[in-house]
Design a protein around this ligand. Structure first.
Ligand SMILES: NC(=O)c1ccc[n+]([C@@H]2O[C@H](COP(=O)([O-])OP(=O)(O)OC[C@H]3O[C@@H](n4cnc5c(N)ncnc54)[C@H](O)[C@@H]3O)[C@@H](O)[C@H]2O)c1
Ligand SMILES: O=C(O)C(=O)C[C@@H](O)[C@H](O)[C@H](O)COP(=O)(O)O
Ligand SMILES: [Zn+2]
Length: 400
């Protein structure tokens, strides 16, 4: 089994990875990929309308655009982005589609709605799909772009912290299935990611906090300096300090771009981005999609992975405590509530369909060594995993 740990020197990772260019109003993180598929992530707050229009329009494949969002975001941002895309008649043929909101809507039915609309509009291979929203819209639109005419261009305009720091970058697209999270999808990279952190002003606290769990993830798996910055600045983030938000988005995108560059299709090191997700995805599905936000389920999953790592002696108790404390300061859950339907059997059944399972064997991302190091391995103590699951299910078992 492959065991992938972070190279010991952070400099090595940076040289393997992404580049940052800073302009006055925005930063650009470049995702470096083979075959001329590099793309920029623009991250800013104070763009002028002209600037936004120019940046976005240069990544359209042609004049036909389908801009897709959901019914919660549409009243706030759809007209604005439609106008930017059509400014100076760059995109002459711009259409919109508004889907229902919610994680439970990330399914084949809504994927079909996107594809139906593409066909009804006669979109050709020079068309571009534009995803305006959080991770649910981004994952679904990206998947539609991957399969429509065997692949058309798409642009990500993320409007949640989760989407800005993680889901809009890296090309994992797809939908959920009743039997498992993100089970149907494709790798398909966007042509650009356009982040305007000003859109976070309307994001509710719960959704904002949910995205912070993936930032903590980057700190734990590969970026000790980012984890320490979070320890210093968590309250600024939770209270939406614009500079802190922008810094966290830039650092997260640099981390994600570096990992994606090293292993685009998750042969090995990309799996580390799944810290806490095997447990977390089981919680999302087992509780009913939409009960927990993705980042909340991942936060509990990270707490479980950290506890298991400590029980096996792979990390010091102090690192477990620092992790739990940071998650709590982000106002994220670190335990299952008594009314949770989760139990050991549900966990094991749902974890058995995890995409990292190989030849029937479960592989997990676990913390090992100093802060910033992790392993992707099947070689763990199974009893420690069962103890961890039982420990987290205890409040629910008592209630039953
Ligand atoms: N592809 C990847 O690499 C990747 C990475 C992380 C997460 N994901 C996926 O992303 C999804 C979670 O993403 P999410 O947390 O963004 O959830 P989401 O897309 O459901 O958005 C959360 C809520 O916020 C609303 N919203 C979005 N932007 C808003 C704004 N600016 N103002 C007010 N409300 C706004 C949405 O309508 C929704 O109700 C999950 O399905 C997860 O599996 C994918
Ligand atoms: O980009 C990745 O790779 C990730 O694993 C990022 C995760 O945060 C994200 O939730 C992803 O969608 C999970 O992928 P999956 O392959 O486990 O479904
Ligand atoms: Zn995630």
């Amino acid at each position: 089994w492959t065991t992938v740990s972070r190279p010991s020197s952070t400099a090595l990772w940076s040289s393997l990875g992404s580049t940052l260019e800073s302009k006055e109003q925005y930063d650009i993180v470049k995702v470096d990929l083979e075959d001329d598929r590099d793309y920029p992530i623009y991250i800013g707050t104070g763009y002028s309308e002209d600037e936004s229009a120019t940046l976005l329009q240069q990544h359209l494949a042609g004049k036909k655009v389908l801009l897709i969002t959901n019914d919660r975001i549409a009243p706030m941002y759809l007209d604005h982005y439609k106008q930017l895309l059509s400014r100076n008649n760059r995109a002459e043929d711009i259409h919109t589609l508004v889907l229902p909101d919610g994680e439970e809507q990330k399914d084949m039915n809504n994927l079909q709605k996107i594809l139906d609309r593409c066909l009804e509009l006669g979109l050709d291979r020079k068309s571009t799909l534009v995803a305006l929203g959080g991770g649910v819209i981004g994952d679904m639109v990206g998947f539609a772009a991957a399969v429509y005419l065997r692949g058309v261009a798409f642009v990500q305009i993320p409007t949640t912290v989760m989407a800005m720091v993680d889901s809009s970058v890296g090309g994992k697209t797809g939908v959920n299935h009743a039997l498992g999270k993100n089970m149907i999808g494709a790798f398909h990279q966007p042509s650009c990611v356009f982040v305007n952190t000003a859109t976070l002003e309307t994001l509710p606290d719960r959704e904002l906090q949910s995205g912070i769990s993936e930032i903590i993830k980057y700190g734990l798996i590969r970026d000790a300096a980012l984890f320490e910055w979070l320890e210093e600045n968590m309250e600024r983030l939770v209270q939406r300090d614009p500079a802190a938000l922008r810094y966290a988005v830039v650092q997260s995108c640099l981390n994600k771009a570096a990992v994606v560059k090293a292993d685009e299709k998750e042969a090995d090191v990309r799996a580390t981005l799944n810290l806490g997700h095997t447990f977390g995805h089981a919680i999302e599905n087992g509780s009913g999609y939409g009960t927990w936000l993705h980042g909340e389920a991942v936060a509990i999953g990270i707490a479980m992975a950290a506890r298991m790592s400590a029980q096996m002696g792979w990390i010091d108790e102090s690192l477990l405590q620092r992790t739990m404390k940071l998650l709590e300061r982000a106002k994220l859950p670190v335990a299952l509530p008594p009314d949770s339907p989760m139990n050991r059997d549900t966990f094991l059944k749902l974890m058995s369909v995890d995409k990292k399972v190989a030849n029937g064997q479960l592989r997990l991302i676990l913390l090992k060594g100093e802060l910033g190091n992790c392993v992707f391995t099947a070689d763990f103590d199974e009893q420690a995993m069962l103890d961890t699951i039982d420990h987290f299910c205890e409040p629910c078992a008592v209630a039953k």
